[in-house]
Ligand binder design. Structure first.
Ligand code: SF4
Length: 366
């Protein structure tokens, strides 16, 4: 069989089959109802390293609060982080916010149109720039995310597990092929179709090849090795849950003790969390709950201990700034995902639609 990248007729056919499949099979996702480059930008940043089921409700809430680039630029960082809570990888939110401020200050609030200009903005790499430019403005530029990488490797029979120097060469081959495949008339739809195929049909384990619109051109048809999953590290930690009656005049709500993570930290700087305990070993009779919480490649096994107000100074580890916060105020704060989860599990915060849609989206209750 002739190589796909040397056969224009086959490439034309593949584009038609993929676009036709996408028109009929694509998921109805909120960001696909908009051609606004700002909306596409927000969705693409949220979708990096976060599952679609998790992003859907967060995206709606975020766009409800910040419907335009200018509204995002004018917001405080804490408000932006609060809306990002549960998505993780908070650096993405900070960079999105900074880039919106840059565009508002220097470019009249209008995002650049070409992928080349988009790449000059803080936090916008080649992937995001190509996604915005092709979907919003029809620029013929290929988008390569993890899903597209997998489809291209399987389509061509390339070993996706190639490492070190071979990895750079593989990446160049993928970019060349993706550039040849992208449909000049419908680059945005084509890019989304390839990503959708990787997300729903050509999935990492057990691809659904019999449902695949491009099986005729596929060199592997499911017979393809996947790179080994990185091993997760495990750590044990403990946090305090301290609740007291509200002190503000007229306040009905109770207050929770929260601690702000220092700004110098590389992971979740500035977010509010439940104060840490110095010893991960909490006696059984004082254990309120145990939660598993995954952050990047680490599984945290977290013990939550109830700590009375009088014992706070004696039992808590030294940490950042602490505040007693009314629960109705805590809802809107930039909480860590773990703090929000524990407060919801304790029925101190309402359960978010996200938790109802995707239970256990980043952890399991033990
Ligand atoms: S035929 Fe199977 S392995 Fe090949 S691209 Fe389609 S789903 Fe992936």
């Amino acid at each position: 069989m002739a190589r796909l990248d040397r056969d224009k007729g086959r490439i034309e056919m593949l584009r038609c089959q993929l676009l036709d499949w996408y028109a009929h099979s694509r998921r109805d996702l909120p960001w696909r109802r908009s051609a606004d480059p700002y909306a596409i930008w927000v969705s693409e940043i949220m979708l990096q390293q976060t599952r679609v089921a998790v992003v859907v409700e967060r995206y709606k809430a975020f766009m409800g609060q910040f419907p335009t680039l200018i509204s995002l630029a004018l917001a405080s960082e804490q408000d932006v982080l609060a809306l990002w809570s549960g998505l993780g990888y908070y650096r993405r939110a900070r960079m999105l916010h900074k880039a919106a401020q840059f565009v508002a200050d220097h470019q009249g609030g209008n995002l650049p149109i070409s992928s080349g200009e988009l790449r000059t903005l803080p936090g916008i790499g080649s992937y995001t720039a190509a996604a915005i430019a092709s979907i919003a403005h029809g620029e013929r530029v290929a988008v390569i995310d993890g899903n597209v990488e997998r489809v291209l490797c399987r389509l061509s029979g390339w070993d996706a597990g190639t490492r070190s120097g071979g990895r750079a060469a593989l990446r160049r081959k993928m970019e060349t092929l993706a550039d040849q495949l992208v449909d000049p008339a419908h680059p945005g739809d084509f890019n989304q179709a390839l990503m959708e195929l990787g997300a729903t049909v050509c999935v990492p384990r057990s691809p659904q090849c019999l449902m695949c619109p491009i099986i005729a051109d596929c060199a592997t048809r499911g017979e393809h090795k996947m790179p080994a999953r990185p091993r997760m590290e495990s750590r044990e930690v403990a946090h305090a849950l301290s609740i007291r009656a509200g002190r503000r005049p007229g306040a009905l709500s109770r207050e929770v003790l929260l601690e702000q993570r220092p700004a110098a930290l590389t992971v979740m700087p500035g977010l509010w969390e439940l104060p840490s305990l110095p010893d991960a070993a909490v006696p059984d009779d004082q254990l309120r709950m145990t939660v598993r919480h995954a952050i990047m490649q680490v599984n945290y096994y977290v013990r939550i201990r109830t700590v009375l107000e009088d014992d706070v100074e004696k039992l808590l580890a030294p940490g950042g700034e602490r505040r007693w916060v009314p629960l109705e105020e805590a809802i809107g704060m930039a909480l860590t995902g773990l703090a929000r989860k524990v407060l919801m599990r304790s029925h101190l915060l309402p359960v978010s639609p996200l938790a109802a849609i995707a239970p256990g989206y980043d952890e399991d209750l033990l």
